[in-house]
Each structure stands twice: as structure tokens, then as C-alpha cells.
Design a protein around this ligand. Sequence first.
Ligand SMILES: NC(=O)c1ccc[n+]([C@@H]2O[C@H](COP(=O)([O-])OP(=O)(O)OC[C@H]3O[C@@H](n4cnc5c(N)ncnc54)[C@H](OP(=O)(O)O)[C@@H]3O)[C@@H](O)[C@H]2O)c1
Length: 267
Amino acid sequence: MTLDGKTAILTGASRGIGPYIAKSLSAQGVNIIGIARSASGLDNTKSAVEANGGTFHSHPFDLTDINGLESLVNQLWTQYGPIKILVNNAGIEYSQHFDKMTREKTSDILSTNVQCPIELTRSILPKMIAEKEGHIITIASLAGKKGLAYNSIYSASKAAMIMWSDGLRQEYADSPIDISVICPGFISEVGMFNDDNIPPPPMLGASKPQKVADAVMKALKKGSCEIIVNKGPIKPLLAIGQLSWKIADTITRWFGVPALNRKRISV
Ligand SMILES: NC(=O)c1ccc[n+]([C@@H]2O[C@H](COP(=O)([O-])OP(=O)(O)OC[C@H]3O[C@@H](n4cnc5c(N)ncnc54)[C@H](OP(=O)(O)O)[C@@H]3O)[C@@H](O)[C@H]2O)c1
């Protein structure tokens, strides 16, 4: 796909990893429609993108308004013309013992991380198919590849996104639509993990947010794919997990992941 002059919707564009993705997309000439709740956060991203000669349209919107997503997509399509790229980046997490989770918190995570990307995609996909061009990129997480203690709903939401993308990729393999999923591990400098100010487990480390933006750009060049963004090699652990959950649990505990997530509860 030639990127110059294309239009992309980027959710979660107000802070964290989103602004990095926005800057990388705009560096390739992509016009961005940025969505998040915070108008001031979106304006900061808009200023950064425009300072580099890019185009960024701010659209403050609460993505948990699932019933409003279809008309949002229709409105944006009418206003900006064909949208060729959707980056489902917005997400939330909440560290807590599962038995202390409220129904409200659980439903907030599932609607932001699962229902919203699914409904946004369902609204835009027929239009992309009619245009014979489109790429849906979802930012999932390594938490969807190996469950996280004290963050199990978040893990479940990201596993859902990985398998949903997996199914879609196969379903649309013979169409002009590309489906990609990015699975970052811990991210430093900005974002939900960094905000808690707890260092990552030394053996796992953390990747810079630009690596996630680079993965999005790689997906756009490559076409449908799944990309893991992690400081060190993690695929062997994931492969072991397919053979033995017991060994994978032991290694995960040895890396200090459950202990780290337990600390995040009290942050
Ligand atoms: N940071 C990490 O270590 C890490 C690792 C793996 C995967 N990820 C994934 O990467 C993505 C970005 O994470 P991040 O670290 O950049 O998170 P973040 O700093 O917490 O930012 C989250 C973004 O999502 C937006 N958002 C959240 N709820 C929303 C809602 N109801 N409506 C509209 N926008 C909403 C936020 O904007 P407003 O608050 O302004 O609405 C913000 O722009 C997420 O999907 C996350 O799960 C992050």
C-alpha cells in the first residue's frame, strides 16, 4: 500500500504510545484522524504532527459509547473521504485481584479493549471492501499470549484481540483487506506500564514506544501479519507454553512477572 495521502483513524491518540504511531504515520504522508476522550491530549498530538508538516484531525470521543461507533465512522467517512487504515490502539488496564474486580471495571476494560475495536472494524470494513483497500491494525499485548496474574481481564481482552485478528486474517486472506495485530511487551518512557513507575523485570526489560510505531509501519509495508515487540526473545517461552503451561508458569514466576503485577495493584 502506498501510504502518502492516505487517511487513517488512530484511536488512543492523546497520550502514551498513540502519539508515536501518529508521528510515524504522518512522516509517511498519512493524514490522521485521532480519537480519544481528552481534547487537550489530542491537541498536543496535533501540534506535534503539524510541527512536522503532517495533518491531524482531533476527534474527542468516548469509545465505550459502543452504540455511537457506527455513526462516528459514517461521519468521519463523509467528512474525510475513504479511510484506508484503522489502528485500534486505545486500551485500558486495571491491576487487581480478580475477586475484587467490580462488574463496572470489568465491563469498562472489555468494552474499551474488545467491543470497541470489533465494532469500529465492523463499521468500516464493508466500506474498505467497497474501496478495495484497507488495513486494520490492532495493538494487542504479550499479555494476550501468556496470562497475567492480577491483570486477568486485561489479558483476556488482549487474547481476544489476537484470536479475533487471527480469524479475520484467514477470513479476508483472498481480499484486498489486510489484518494485523501487534503484541508489545513492557513499554518504557510513556504509557500505561511506565505510568506506574515500577521497573520491568530485568530479564524481560522494556522496549521504547517507537518500536511499537515501527511495528505498525512494518505491518503497513508487509501486509497482514502478527508482530511481537519485546526487548528480548520471547517466542521460545511462548512455544514452551504451548507444550507445558506448568513450565511456562514456572518461568514466568522466575522472571518475576506475577510479583511485579502484584506491586502494581497498590500503585
Ligand atoms: N504501555 C505498555 O507497556 C503496553 C504494553 C502492551 C500493550 N499496550 C497496548 O498499547 C495500547 C496503548 O497503550 P498506552 O500504553 O499508550 O496506554 P495509555 O498511555 O494509557 O493511553 C491509552 C490511550 O487510549 C485512550 N483511551 C482509553 N480509554 C478510552 C475511551 N474510553 N475512549 C477513547 N479513548 C480512550 C486514551 O485517551 P483518553 O484517556 O484521552 O481517552 C489514551 O490515548 C493499548 O491498547 C495497550 O493495551 C501497552
